[in-house]
Write a protein that binds this ligand. Sequence first.
Ligand code: GDP
Ligand code: MG
Length: 163
Amino acid sequence: ARPIIAIVGRPNVGKSTIFNRVIGERLAIVEDKPGVTRDRLYGIGSWLDREFSVVDTGGIEIEGEDQILRSVRLQAELAIEEADVIIFMVDAKAGVTPADDEVAQMLFRAKKPVVLAVNKVDNLQRQDDIYEFYSLGFGDPIGISGSHGLGIGDLMDVVIGHL
Ligand code: GDP
Ligand code: MG
């Protein structure tokens, strides 16, 4: 079986944008479960001759109160359960938010490698914005830009190193 890379993070940080870049055209499965909307997007990708499955956990959404916090909790649970490596994605423009802290708390308990990706680092000026994310406790944050296609190779080098 292919190793599984899960992308986790609160809504709007750019998970789906990165997912699409990493898998190219090869979208494999869209799974629906009744009740809580637990649509997971699975794709197949490869980097440096390693083939892997990628899960965009952002399809998990819950209606109602505390929707964002509950959604990210479920995403993190799913990733902790089934991933071999977790990409924890945050947003350089937004900075560290309470939902990011929530995800961090959960991922600490996972005995899985976590790679911290700071998305929306669209230019060199914004590179300074990654430092505050050291506070999340996952080591060196990797600045990327999904919309500009920057840093994705560096990110995948680190991710593949954990497989
Ligand atoms: P998700 O909710 O985490 O899956 O996030 P999306 O991939 O749907 O992206 C959320 C928003 O952020 C969209 O408007 C994207 O166009 C935007 N976005 C994604 N990546 C980048 C980036 O690298 N830079 C900037 N400036 N915007 C981005
Ligand atoms: Mg999404």
